[in-house]
Ligand binder design. Structure first.
Ligand code: ADP
Length: 369
């Protein structure tokens, strides 16, 4: 019975029990004890030829003694019931407290058994949910540290190899070697700034200075900024903007997201290819679809590319960055209540990355983008 598991119902029942005991004790003592004493006393009053009014005193005395006995019985009952109830309630509370202390000490696998009382069961469930969250965060943190260590190892080993080679006289300290060392150093530098950005985006600690801008215009200006790089590689860049797309965003951050998507499209599209940027409205969302005629993605990689440090490996794939770009980009899109999705018909068929952001509500006047 669900009602019986509620704490308020159980507390009410325990008070009702004490009230019943009081009532019972009063009934018994008044009927048995008081009436017996009254009978005895009234007889002795009659024998001694007592005066008028004495029978009244006899009645009050016997009632008093009955009340004292009833009081003792009710206090006893209250003591027993309250001890039992408190033990029942405090046991799970103590278990929750012990569990939270163990959690605080880093035992994230700690879980509390759900007690019978509904309200306490909810508390236990909340504590368990907290434990799961802490465990996940801790596991992610540990994984991140090992991934970072792994990412740093390759450039550091390369630099160490060159430096030791030069010290041992295997390499001349010529320009070629120094350029190679310089490249690895900038890789480490890029990794450091990507990591700082990643941890900020994962903590949700990026301050967003939002205002209403037109997403289509923002995409067009961002594309224009990157156009020289497209021209240099010989990749055609086309931008198609449609109806106005007012979105309430931090324009710098969304420009950063778009730069990442355009940059990836350029990196993974060979010379002579084509990248198209289309701004559109899809119900209450503004979308920017970046499609390229590049190397494409396999179905398994469509979701994985958003994972930290994930890079698709293959003999013909150009070397990209550290595999954090899309993780940060998606984090930023989600911080704006939007998202990024990837689609591709398969390797070699090009891919489409779509940024979705909610359209700003009409009470906000549209800005200039
Ligand atoms: P990176 O900095 O290495 O480019 P990203 O997080 O931006 O990292 O991308 C992750 C991986 O997703 C890349 O290594 C690449 O293999 C794949 N990828 C991203 N964009 C595209 C694209 N337009 N076409 C094909 N593959 C892509």
């Amino acid at each position: 019975m669900r009602a019986w598991r509620r704490l308020d119902v159980r507390l009410f029942a325990s008070y009702a029990l004490v009230a019943l005991v009081v009532f019972g004790a009063l009934a018994v003592t008044v009927r048995v004890v008081a009436s017996a004493r009254f009978d005895d006393d009234i007889k002795s009053v009659a024998v001694s030829g007592g005066r008028e009014g004495e029978s009244h005193n006899v009645f009050v005395d016997s009632l008093d003694s009955a009340l004292w006995i009833a009081l003792a019985a009710s206090l006893g009952a209250a003591a027993i019931v309250s001890t039992l109830v408190a033990r029942r309630i405090l046991r799970p509370v103590r278990e929750v407290r012990d569990a939270t202390r163990r959690l605080a000490n880093g035992h994230y696998d700690e879980r509390v058994a759900e007690p019978g009382e509904l309200e306490l069961a909810e508390l236990a469930r909340d504590v368990n949910r907290l434990a799961v969250e802490l465990e996940t965060t801790e596991r992610r943190r540990a994984r991140l540290v090992s991934e970072v260590a792994h990412e740093m190892r390759t450039p550091l080993t390369t630099i160490e190899g060159y430096v030791e080679g030069m010290l041992d006289g295997v390499f001349e300290p010529n320009e070629e070697v120094l350029v190679a060392v310089g490249e690895e150093t900038s890789r480490l530098q890029r990794l450091a700034s990507d990591l700082a950005e990643l941890s900020r985006s994962e903590e949700g600690a990026i301050a967003l200075h939002v205002r209403v801008v037109d997403l289509g215009k923002l995409a067009a200006t961002t594309a224009d900024r990157l156009r020289p790089q497209f021209d240099e590689k010989g990749v055609n860049l086309a931008v198609r903007t449609g109806p106005p797309l007012p979105v309430e965003v931090d324009p710098d951050r969304i420009a950063q997201v778009l730069t990442n998507l355009f940059g990836n499209a350029l990196t993974y599209t060979p010379e002579g290819g084509r990248v198209e940027v289309r701004a559109n409205r899809d119900h209450d969302q503004a979308t920017i679809a970046v499609s390229d005629t590049g190397i494409g993605l396999s179905p398994e990689d469509l979701e994985l590319v958003f994972d930290r440090f994930y890079r698709v490996h293959g003999p013909t794939r150009p070397a990209g960055g550290s595999g954090i770009g899309l993780t940060i980009a998606r984090g930023l899109a989600r911080a704006h209540h939007g998202n990024i999705e990837a689609a591709s018909d398969g390797v070699g068929t090009g891919s489409v990355f779509t940024l979705r952001l909610p359209i700003a509500r009409p009470e906000h006047p549209s800005g200039d983008g």
